[in-house]
Structures are given as C-alpha cells and as structure tokens.
Design a protein around this ligand. Sequence first.
Ligand code: SF4
Length: 329
Amino acid sequence: MKRILTGDRTTGNLHLGHYVGSLQNRVKLQDDYDTFILLADIQALTTHFERPELINSSIYDVAIDNLSVGLDPNKVTIFQQSKIPSIAELTIFYSMLVSVNSLRHNPTIKTEAKQYGYDDLSYGFLGYPVSQTADITFCKADLVPVGDDQIPHIEQSRKIARRFNDLYGKGEIIIKEPEILLSENSRLMGLDGNAKMGKSLGNAIYLSDSIEEVNKKVRAAKTDINRIKVSDKGNPDICTVSKYHKVFNEGEYKNICDMCKNASIGCVSCKKILGDKINNLLEPFREKRNYYENHKSEVKEIIISGSEKANKIGNETVKEVKSAMNILI
Ligand code: SF4
C-alpha cells in the first residue's frame, strides 16, 4: 500500500470545512492507503505559542474528531508530532537547504501571515514549510492529500527532497519526493459568507456541535440580503445557505434554487431543511464521539501506539539521512 500523510493542527475542534475539504476524503482513502494522521501540536505553536493549554486539550479533541467521522484506529496511524524527535532533527537538516527568500515568497505563507496580522514573522512561522517537509518525509509518505491552497508547500517539500538527494544521495533516493493528491471541495465558505470557514473567524459549524447549535448557526447564516419578504424573489447565487445546500443537500439543490428564484420557499424553511440535512450527517458522528469522550484512555492509547509506530519509521529515516550526510559515527 502507498502511504499517505495527512493531519490537522491542534488549535481547537474541527469543523464542517475540515470535513468537506479533508476528513471525508480521508475516510474513503483509509482502505486503499496506509494512512498516517498527524496531530500537529508543534505546528500549532507557530501561531498559538501563547495558548499551550488550548493546544494540549486539542490533541484529544482533534483525535476524537477524526475517530468520530469514521477513521478506524485499526487501519490508520494517529500520532502526535511532538512525540516524534526525528521530525525535529530532519527540520534542522532541511533548514540548511532552503533560502529565507523562497520562504518569504511562498504564497501560502504570505496569505496566512496576512490572515494572522503578522508584520514581523517569527522564525518558526516562516520556517513551517520546512518542518512540514519533515512531517511528510520522516515516514516516507508517497502522497499528501491537500487543497489547492497548500500546493506551494508541497512543491517546496519536493524541492527540498530533490536538493537533499542531489547533494547527498550519490545517485540514490534517500528522501522520497511526495506527490500531491489534490482534494476536491477544498473550500467551504463560512456562515458569514465572507471567508473560508475557519476556527478563529466565528463562522464555523463544528463537528462537535449539538443539534440545537447547528440549527441556531444555520438560522443566522447570511442569505441574499435583498430578499426581505417571503414574496421577494431571491438570488441563490449570492446566498451562503444555497452553497451549503449544494454540498450537504445535493439532491434537492436545484429545486431549492428554483423555489428561491420564484419565491415559493421562504428563507426560514430553506434553512430548516439545511439544518436537518447537516444534523443527519452529524448524527452518526455524535454517537462515536460520545463513545470516545467516555473512553479517553482508549484515545490516549491510540495516540501513544501510533506515535511509537511512527517513531520507529522516523528513527530509520534519520539514520539513513545521517549516513548519507556522513555524520553518523
Ligand atoms: S430561500 Fe434559501 S437560497 Fe434563497 S435566499 Fe433564502 S436561504 Fe438563500
């Protein structure tokens, strides 16, 4: 089986945007690929270094989010980044092979720096594509499933792997160049209709939300603001709710749009249908979540044994890297 490396930053619970852009696909891939899921607590520090308690509690939360949507701990390897010293070692080695300018010009870094309001980037933030390369290559991953916004990072990782092999490989491949597995549906708009759904933007429906929370959030979602009365004809093209119908209620999407355009459905009813659809999707996840919330020691064991497995592979990789670099005594 080819190996996949995927994962999430441990900066809070995961939401529907993560589900649509990544988790849903992860569940499908787990039968055909050796799937490694990174709980990225070190990477979380690059933006949340002042909130270690959030990062700590999110290790469980993110692991449970993954397990609740159907990732099977008997098939996938869930591991904690800070438990893998080989990732830190590889990050140091790779950092010699990347220029500061290439990191500064990385479009994803630029966008994220703007999003977080950083003028003066920390060394850790600027260098996170380097540590991401270590995340991918320590376990010799063949493929990385990503949305198109993450492509520059993977290109950077491929460049680092090539540079390493050219410099130290003596004609052999020491570091595997990861391939991109492009995810469909990589973006889900937030409920405010202004930006991609995000943990820190207050525009998300979380996988852990209750039925009532989902309904309340959907009721507050942005619609066509020109539609004041039920008798006003709507424009679903500028309505966030209709975009959600397209994703979560595909079968009725066209009909909903037609009814909106000829004012034969009101926004309240339209949102009620959407809320029910989202709750139907989340219901089986809630059952699993409930189980794991009540069996946290099981979750801990899954993370520990996954990290042990990942560590063995990582130690081998570092040994090969040091040997190629001639720094093994
Ligand atoms: S009826 Fe539905 S699609 Fe049309 S504006 Fe209202 S919420 Fe949006």
